[in-house]
Design a protein around this ligand. Structure first.
Ligand code: NDP
Length: 450
């Protein structure tokens, strides 16, 4: 049978774009359908605009610190509208670059929502299109719990486009997005309350990092309330009125939910092709991204394995190599370095102390707690903390963690070493870069008493 395309990709986000481009490079006839904007969550309403906002919010602290270095900083002020419009212009530029890259690779971009109608067919705008292979790369969408009045809450999607900076904002959730946005708004001078239902924010991260992030966020004036959730939201002329689980109430200009993201599979027609879905509607795939239907694959957040852009990109690339490049490639999901752009940021790779203990039993833990040099004259009390977990039987570093200035930049290099399975002795044999915060990773000599 002759198909319209060799590959039809649904979703032009990080995973879909990479898969399309690489497959086209192998000579495949590729089309990608996108219902919003080419670039997907990360570029349009995620990692990229978020990081621009993180940069913007840090200046208040930088101006303060500059005084300690002899600078006289004049009166400063911050204009939300300027930031948002400049950020939007940059996102437009990147969106254009993504489109150009796809077109340059010979990929046809189709604007619209595609729905799967069978193992080799999709429908789009009333048109039936056939393809030898279909790749589902539709990503995820913010999950909002069922709370009365939830329609008055925003998510990170809307936070990027608010007309005004909320002077008082409540952030619900204790994961990546919650702590990042709490830091952003606080840096810009908003009163920020973070409500987390559990005992300690950032579940899944190393406990020491979780403790320290809480302390540093509180030091910056964020009201972190654990063991607390929202039971009801009412709209006021001036914002929102919240009722909390402890019976107390509070008012704010906005309430933002950062309570996880769910796979974007609803109404996608996957049932028509009998594609098996798992928990929360995630597309079930094998190690190569293949679903239970031979002609349908999925990559990225829609599979709900590791919700990170670089992972989706690796999965998209591996898919293209496997199906169109003649090289079956299964992307590894171990030792994935990741950063949280909280303030201060977190960088982490490998296992937390508790996970390492469970997996290896006998471990050594090395820690270092220090005041970054910039903060001595800068006058900030913010501290940095590094931690390494070593499997005693092999000497291998199985976890490396940091919270502090530049943690995201530092952990990328450390990630290579952990991924390569290097030992603590090999870290120790490496000469330190001095003076830096990164050098702690080669200078920690005495294991902590367990
Ligand atoms: P996360 O899964 O990181 O965190 C969700 C948070 O919401 C958790 O603290 C969770 O609590 C809480 N929560 C879940 N359901 C409810 C509920 N019904 N009521 C109250 N609280 C609730 O999700 P995010 O939305 O922060 O981010 C989604 C994903 O996007 C992340 O997992 C991450 O992979 C990715 N991301 C990565 C970034 C980066 O690389 N820097 C930046 C932003 C996002 P509990 O712990 O109790 O389950």
């Amino acid at each position: 049978m002759e198909f319209d395309y060799d590959l039809f990709v649904i979703g032009a986000g990080s995973g879909g774009v990479r898969a399309s481009r690489i497959a086209a490079g192998f000579g495949a006839r590729v089309a990608v359908a996108e219902e919003f904007r080419v670039g997907g969550t990360c570029v349009i309403r995620g990692c990229v605009p978020k990081k621009l906002l993180v940069y913007a919010s840090h200046f208040a602290e930088d101006f303060e610190m500059a005084k300690g270095f002899g600078w006289t900083v004049g009166e400063t002020s911050f204009d939300w509208k300027t930031l948002i419009s400049r950020k939007d212009a940059e996102i437009d530029r990147l969106n254009g670059l993504y489109i150009k890259t796809l077109e340059g690779a010979g990929v046809e971009i189709i604007n619209g929502r595609a729905v799967v109608t069978g193992p080799n067919s999709v429908s789009l705008g009333g048109r039936e299109i056939t393809a030898k292979t279909i790749l589902v790369a539709t990503g995820g969408w913010p999950h909002m719990p069922d709370v009365p009045g939830i329609e008055h809450a925003i998510t990170s999607n809307e936070a990027f486009h608010l007309d005004e900076q909320p002077k008082r904002i409540v952030v619900v959730g204790g994961g990546y997005i919650a702590v990042e946005f709490a830091g952003i708004f606080r840096g810009m001078g908003s009163d920020v309350t973070l409500l987390y239902r559990g005992e300690q924010i950032m579940r899944g991260f190393d406990d020491d990092l979780r403790d320290r992030l809480t302390i540093e966020m509180q030091r910056k004036g964020i009201d972190v309330r654990t063991g607390t959730n929202v039971t009801g939201i009412e709209k006021l002329d001036t914002g929102v009125h919240l009722t909390l689980t402890d019976g107390s109430t509070m008012e704010a200009d906005a309430v933002m939910y950062a309570t996880g993201r769910v796979p974007n599979t609803s109404g996608l027609g996957l049932e028509a092709a009998e594609v098996e879905l798992g928990k929360g509607g995630a597309v079930k795939v094998d190690a190569f991204g293949k679903t239970n239907v031979d002609s349908i694959y999925a990559v990225g957040d829609v599979t709900d394995r590791v919700q990170l852009t670089p992972v989706a990109i690796k999965e998209g690339h591996a898919f293209a190599l496997t199906v169109f490049g003649g090289t079956p490639t299964s992307p590894a999901h171990d030792a994935i370095p990741t950063a949280v752009f909280s303030q201060p940021p977190i960088g982490t790779v490998g296992l937390s102390e508790s996970d390492a203990k469970e997996k290896y039993g006998d471990i050594d833990v090395y820690t270092s707690d220090f005041r970054p040099m910039k903060h001595t004259l800068g006058g900030s009390d913010e501290r940095a903390f590094t931690k390494m977990i070593v499997d005693k039987s092999t000497g291998k570093v199985v976890g490396a963690h940091m919270i502090g200035v530049d943690a995201a930049e530092i952990i990328q290099g450390i990630g290579i070493a952990v991924k390569a399975g290097l030992t603590k002795a090999q870290f120790d044999a490496t000469v330190a870069v001095h003076p830096s915060s990164a050098e702690e990773f080669v200078l920690m000599r005495t294991p902590r008493d367990n």
